[in-house]
Design a protein around this ligand. Sequence first.
Ligand code: ZN
Length: 289
Amino acid sequence: MDKLIKSIAESGSFRAFVLDGTETVKTAQEKHQTLSSSTVALGRALIANYILAANQKGDSKITLKVIGNSSFGHIISVADTKGHVKGYIQNTGVDIKKTATGEVLVGPFMGAGQFVVITDYGTGNPYTSTTPLISGEIGEDLAYYLTESEQTPSAVGLNVLLDEEDKVKVAGGFMLQVLPGAKEEEIARFEKRIQEMPPISQLLTSQDPMDALLTAIYGDEPYKRLSEEKLSFSCDCSRERFEAALLTLGQAELTALKREDQQAEITCQFCGKHYLFTENDLEGLIEHG
Ligand SMILES: [Zn+2]
């Protein structure tokens, strides 16, 4: 089961989130039938979105838009503060690997663009914050966003590892933040450990991935686990929501739709679920709308 653990150094100078998002990215790949590079890019964005949501207090929704100008197009995802995420990538068919190593490539196919975070506290006034894409690898883009936009020096590592058949093997990552009052020598120790850390994909394939990540971050410095939350890919779409969307077309449009197509089929972009509205359903909407 996917989870996110929040932790803090006993000195109070650093905090870290570590998360396992393997099932989430597996589900996303199955729902969207993504090929290798698209799977890794979408998976990394979903993990980044989990981290952004875990960084919020209270009940809110965080939309992440990674908008590139290359092959992937855009990636859109939405996470809430209860551990749910949903998301999709515009181009599901990008499949590019280094010939020598088989490493799946992401950054060059994201291109230049923007990392957009929209926070909605349910007040009707969502707050939008944007930073440029630094590398298009998404982990670095998130670290830059957190450091620049939220003024908190942050290190991020996240990845998705595929098996020989390009199915998701493991997915997850971490975020480490410096808290006010951290001493220089302490910062230097953490920086050194982050630089010397084994690849995320290697840590994620160890027996206890969460423990391996925490050990890589804290070394032998004492820390506390603050909380553990369950995570899952979960879409909140419903027939009622799409009915409401159809009603916004207005009577004239709906009547034209009924006459020309005799039905309406709507597919949820986030999870691929199909909703069919028959001629009778449309008639009902026209009468009661
Ligand atoms: Zn859906």
